[in-house]
Ligand binder design. Structure first.
Ligand code: 13P
Ligand code: SF4
Length: 341
């Protein structure tokens, strides 16, 4: 593909979203990335939250956390470049110890992953002995290593049900846990230090981590938009509060939301999620109107740019490493999740 081919493809999709002069510069960057990617036998995985010019030019695969974990597990390339955040790149490394996994920015973290440590999980296990631990993939490798099984937003309730255990520890997202509790009919608690442990009336034990993007959406946001556009279909990511999810028409992972819009015939949608994803869905559905509260960009996903991805390929940076003992334990939890689906 020439620079002109890439530019033409981008312009077709993004003419109403990215200014034309910017598209020209980004097409040149994308051309160089794709050339180097082939030369270095690399694969690029792009999360649905990547900025539109990147999302529509360089990834070999785009998707939600679960889909990208699957692609990471299947690849035969030597280098995996993860255009996403650190916990996602770590998951790729956990599944591919012999490959080089690169994250284009060292600053691409996550407020949920930062909300809990491996020691926190060990303390909870000591407080609730024998209770299985499910951790959201939005955690670091040492936290995954303390878990029985991981989950993503697209399979959280299915993973909890698959354990066949009355009581489950579910970490670290408070809102996802509350949404899972509602879906599975379990009563949830958030124990503090000194909480007596087993024996109370609860079946889910949560943690008060939050996504700094999704916690900002409110029921009032939905009501205001519905007042103005009564026909709007509202979609919310399950990291939003249960009240927001309850006031929405659909809740699902980033890919589930994208699929919902693609397959639905409604004319107008409100996406309560990260705002580049709104741009990407709008670009793929030009006949449908996306109403977005588009002031909420994930500051971590925003770190990943075409410029940094090119530097990552040129300089082989930033290499993701996971200590082998941690990796082996974390791999069990991730592979168990992938097997559940
Ligand atoms: P998905 O697994 O739905 O893609 O979500 C990842 C994420 O970080 C959402 O904030
Ligand atoms: Fe983490 Fe939220 Fe950003 Fe997703 S959107 S990476 S959960 S901070």
């Amino acid at each position: 593909m020439t620079v002109l081919d890439i530019y033409t493809g981008m312009k077709e999709k993004l003419r109403d979203i990215v200014p034309e002069p910017e598209l020209r510069i980004k097409a040149e960057l994308a051309y160089e990335i794709n050339r180097l990617k082939a030369e270095r036998n690399a694969v690029i995985l792009g999360h649905n939250y990547m900025e539109p010019a990147l999302y529509y030019s360089i990834p070999d695969f785009v998707g939600d956390s679960l889909e990208l974990s699957r692609k990471a597990a299947e690849t035969d390339k030597d280098i995996i470049i993860f255009c996403g955040v650190r916990f996602m790149a770590e998951t790729a490394k956990i599944l591919n110890p012999d490959k080089t996994v690169l994250l284009p920015s060292e600053k691409a973290g996550c407020s949920l992953a930062a909300s809990i440590t491996a020691e926190d999980v060990r303390n909870l296990k000591a407080q609730f002995p024998g209770v299985p631990v499910v951790t959201y993939v939005n955690t670091y490798a040492d936290v995954k290593a303390e878990s029985d099984v991981c989950c993503t937003s697209s399979n959280a309730a299915a993973v909890v049900k698959s354990l066949g255990s009355e009581v489950v520890i579910f970490l670290p997202d408070e809102y996802l846990a509350k949404n899972v509790a509602a879906e599975t009919g379990k009563k949830i608690i958030f124990p503090s230090k000194g909480f007596p442990g087993n024996g109370g009336d609860f079946q889910l034990i949560g943690w008060k981590g939050r996504c700094e993007v999704h916690e900002q959406f409110t029921v009032a946001d939905i009501e205001n938009v519905r007042k103005q556009f009564p026909d709007v279909v509202v979609l919310a990511h399950p990291e939003c509060s249960p009240e927001v999810v309850g006031a929405s028409d659909f809740s699902g992972s980033t890919t589930a939301m994208e699929r919902f819009v693609r397959e639905s015939k409604a004319a107008r949608y409100l996406l309560l999620t990260e705002c580049s994803m709104g741009d990407n869905v709008a670009a793929a559905n030009p006949d449908k109107e996306m109403l977005r509260l588009c002031s909420i960009r994930c500051p971590h996903m925003n770190q990943i740019t075409l410029e940094d991805t090119l530097e990552a390929l040129r300089k082989t940076q930033y290499v993701i490493e996971v200590p082998e003992e941690t990796r082996v334990k974390a791999a069990r939890a991730v592979e168990r999740m992938i097997a559940i689906g």
